[in-house]
Write a protein that binds this ligand. Structure first.
Ligand code: SF4
Length: 323
């Protein structure tokens, strides 16, 4: 275990690098999910973050409604008074914030509400309601040499003097400790938590509600710095493409054809994931690559039993995006 330190792992505001002509380079303002979006598919990044007016996204997904409901119920549970933090209240909170968007019909939505109620109740039954988190759905931020990072963490715990980043997962795919260790988003949350609270933060956890498993990892200063460098490299690419886009598209007269260089920078990455992409209707290559999934496909019911539904194969939808 790494000991406590009064110093943040990553300096809150290191000296800026100088760009051309000695001008300070502008920091790239981003969330972890924005960086991940660039890596996954530059075409989707452009459609989501740059094109204006923003092309309309596809219909809502049932698995997103399910995940958002679970997250909101757990956040609400910690906001209750100590006496109100009961197992039953977790289920009531889920019912109060439940959205039926994306489900096949009302009966389908009700069945999944019942399943979600069982999950949150099982989860809170394992919590100590007296252990007040340091933050719930807390916004955190940090600046590195190249990034102005921000994000919202599901829960921040103080465990015997150590900060722990907790991220809830509700997707079907079972997780392993490798998911925790390799997650750039979790590492960036640790860096941002350290900068925001001005305390060391190296411990991160994924809490997978469908299986009840918790996967823990303790970073070193070096492993966090590696993830920051990785994020900065991604940001450099995205920032260069964004600057070119702005110069050649946004500032050009309406109707100007997209220059070949810009199209290459935002090339599509067609594959099976395109069936789940919210921007598929605006992307001919992606539409040709995979059939559209029905809005409730991410729940995984076609794979068999209720238990199987929580443990799908690897080609399912991405879990709830991290902010
Ligand atoms: S449909 Fe596929 S290729 Fe097209 S934007 Fe979406 S993920 Fe990218």
């Amino acid at each position: 275990m790494t000991g406590m330190s009064a110093q943040p792992v990553v300096p809150v505001r290191p000296p800026e690098q100088l760009g051309l002509a000695g001008m300070p380079r502008q920091l790239f303002a981003c969330t972890p999910s924005r960086l991940t979006s660039w890596v996954d598919c530059p075409r989707r990044y452009r459609l989501t973050y740059l094109d204006r007016p923003r092309p309309p996204a596809g219909p809502p997904w049932a698995h997103n409604s399910f995940g958002a409901g679970i997250h909101n119920a757990l956040a609400g549970w910690w906001r209750l008074s100590r006496a109100q933090r009961t197992i039953d209240s977790a289920g009531e909170l889920l019912a109060a914030c439940w959205s039926a968007e994306g489900f096949r019909d009302p009966a389908h939505s009700s069945a999944w509400l019942a399943r979600g109620r069982a999950l949150v109740q099982r989860y809170v039954a394992g919590l100590d309601p007296d252990r007040e988190p340091l933050g719930v759905e807390r916004t955190i931020a940090a600046r590195t040499n190249r990034l102005a990072l921000s994000g919202r963490v599901d829960r921040l715990d103080d465990r015997d003097g150590e900060l722990v980043v907790v991220d809830y997962k509700t997707g079907r795919r079972p997780l392993t400790v490798d998911d925790t260790r390799g997650s750039m988003a979790l590492a960036l949350y640790a860096v941002a938590a350290a900068a925001t609270l001005r305390r060391r933060c190296v411990r991160v956890e994924l809490h997978h509600l469908p299986t009840g498993e918790v996967h823990r990892y303790e970073h070193t200063d070096e492993s966090l710095q590696r993830q920051v460098r990785r994020a900065e490299q991604i940001a450099d690419e995205a920032q260069a493409a964004t600057a070119a886009f702005k110069a050649q598209i946004v500032d050009s007269p309406a109707g100007t054809p997209t220059p070949v260089g810009i199209a290459d920078m935002f090339a599509p990455r067609p594959g099976s994931q395109c069936g789940w992409c919210d921007m598929r209707a605006h992307c001919p290559e992606g539409a040709a690559a995979a059939p559209a999934q029905v809005p409730w496909a991410g729940l995984g019911e076609d794979k068999g039993s209720e238990t199987d539904a929580a443990q799908p194969g690897p080609s399912g939808p991405p879990d709830r995006a991290q902010s």
